[in-house]
Design a protein around this ligand. Structure first.
Ligand SMILES: *[C@@H]1O[C@H](CO)[C@@H](O)[C@H](O)[C@H]1NC(C)=O
Ligand SMILES: *[C@@H]1O[C@H](CO)[C@@H](O)[C@H](O)[C@H]1NC(C)=O
Ligand SMILES: *[C@@H]1O[C@H](CO)[C@@H](O)[C@H](O)[C@H]1NC(C)=O
Ligand SMILES: *[C@@H]1O[C@H](CO)[C@@H](O)[C@H](O)[C@H]1NC(C)=O
Ligand SMILES: *[C@@H]1O[C@H](CO)[C@@H](O)[C@H](O)[C@H]1NC(C)=O
Ligand SMILES: *[C@@H]1O[C@H](CO)[C@@H](O)[C@H](O)[C@H]1NC(C)=O
Ligand SMILES: *[C@@H]1O[C@H](CO)[C@@H](O)[C@H](O)[C@H]1NC(C)=O
Length: 361
């Protein structure tokens, strides 16, 4: 179990802690919070965390060197389980990790887990994800994302909330859609969370079908930003060193916004029954504009947490990212296969995910 400081314990915002102990959070925010129509429709947290998900055990469509285990196999080989922290009101978090023991696993690759929520979500949804740790390390490609159902990809859309590869410390947020959905850079160019100007996220494409959807419209977040004057690292090792944070995704008819909050700067509204994003600072990423019908480009979304290795992104940038030089290993797959002990930090630790619906702003 990781040793956590639970600094700023008066603002222990873990939604799992709230669920189990009723702890209320405080906030350093001075913005006005007004009631909204958001209501809780899914609470993926606490000891029942894994019963809210299906495990996908098929091949990775993006060609990762990965062997996704069934839920039973993942639990029995201790790739999924719980941490509980008596010092923090017996906070229970879920861990989702990868095989750190096997040398040279056969194809399809290193054992990992891909969880997909049983419940699906539609427009007017607010997703609050309390993440203590995300996978990092050369060869890794973790993601927390939403995938549309009922149509051939990308016709039902995809929203990538947290995604990075190797040792990157900057989060990349992306929409992937069918043709006919583009976002407007004048509204989608975000100033990275509140303290204007200095920490911009950068939109790479306006057309969310770029590359037939494979590239989509990506917003490259900054590695560091400030929210309510609190320093925030958006991904990677630095994100883990700050004990993670809370990612908030709001999907309405007018767009998709993603905020990240450091643990000591989480708006208290997120711990109320009817949270509101009114008064929130500038999002880390904001996808909006008249070029997209956000209610139909994305449909029946599941929430997915997975960690793959190499493949179409992490594998392709092995050399250009500096990973080859840093590891001295020729290929991503050779590194992932041969160095099981390099993957001890390749785990998700999730305080919980709460989903609300009914928002209309
Ligand atoms: C299971 O994995 C967790 C996380 O790495 C670790 O803390 C724990 O000791 C492991 N349990 C066993 C029985 O190996
Ligand atoms: C916040 O609330 C105060 C008091 O009700 C009000 O005077 C102020 O205009 C509000 N600010 C915003 C940004 O809504
Ligand atoms: C798992 O995550 C990666 C990274 O986002 C993604 O490209 C891949 O398709 C996912 N694998 C599966 C089976 O969904
Ligand atoms: C703390 O949580 C763990 C895991 O959910 C549980 O097994 C244990 O009984 C709890 N302890 C207390 C004192 O509630
Ligand atoms: C979404 O899911 C509902 C309920 O399962 C289903 O009736 C509907 O056809 C689905 N919509 C699409 C676009 O797949
Ligand atoms: C959007 O605007 C920003 C700021 O001017 C710029 O850095 C970025 O390249 C633009 N993106 C697109 C897709 O035009
Ligand atoms: C990632 O590793 C490369 C190669 O060692 C290094 O140049 C780079 O600074 C590292 N990035 C971070 C964010 O640690």
């Amino acid at each position: 179990m990781p040793s956590r400081t639970f600094r700023a314990s008066s603002a222990l915002i873990s939604i799992a802690a709230l669920a189990t102990t009723g702890l209320a959070a405080s906030t350093t925010s001075s913005t006005n919070i007004t009631a909204s129509t958001y209501k809780l429709i899914a609470d993926l947290s606490g000891p029942s965390f894994f019963s809210n998900f299906n495990s996908y055990a098929g091949p990775d469509p993006t060609n990762g060197f990965v062997n996704y285990l069934s839920a039973t196999a993942a639990a029995s080989s201790n790739l999924t389980g719980f941490f509980s922290y008596p010092e923090a009101g017996n906070l229970t978090t879920a861990f989702i990790r990868v095989d750190t023991l096997t040398s040279n696993p056969p194809a399809p690759g290193r054992a990992s887990v891909r969880l997909s929520s049983k419940q699906t979500f539609n427009v007017g949804t607010l997703v609050v994800a309390d993440i203590y740790h995300m996978p990092t390390g050369f060869g890794t490609w973790p993601a927390l994302w939403m995938l549309g159902g009922g149509a051939i990809w990308p016709a039902a859309g995809e929203i990538d909330i947290i995604e990075s590869v190797h040792n990157s410390s900057a989060n990349i947020m992306t929409l992937h859609t069918a043709p006919g959905c583009s976002v407007d850079n004048s509204t989608s160019f975000a100033l990275g969370g509140g303290d204007a100007g200095t920490y911009a996220s950068q939109l790479m494409n306006e057309n969310c079908n770029t590359g037939n959807g494979a590239d989509g419209c990506s917003n490259h977040g900054p590695a560091q930003t400030k929210v309510y004057s609190n320093q925030l690292s958006t991904a990677g090792e630095a994100f883990n060193e700050q004990e993670g944070g809370v990612y908030v995704t709001e999907w309405t008819t007018s767009g998709v916004k993603i905020w990240a909050f450091a643990r000591d700067a989480v708006p208290s509204t997120l711990n109320t029954a009817n949270p509101s994003t009114v008064g929130f600072p500038t999002p880390l990423a904001s996808f909006s504009g008249k070029g997209c019908d956000f209610g139909t480009a994305f449909k029946n979304m599941t929430i997915i947490i997975n960690t793959t290795f190499c493949g179409d992104w992490a594998g392709k940038v092995w050399e250009s990212s500096g990973a080859k030089a840093a590891t001295g290993v020729e290929t991503c797959e050779a590194f992932v296969a041969g160095k099981p002990d390099e993957f001890v930090e390749a785990y998700w630790e999730v305080g919980g995910i709460r989903v609300y619906s009914g928002g209309s702003q």
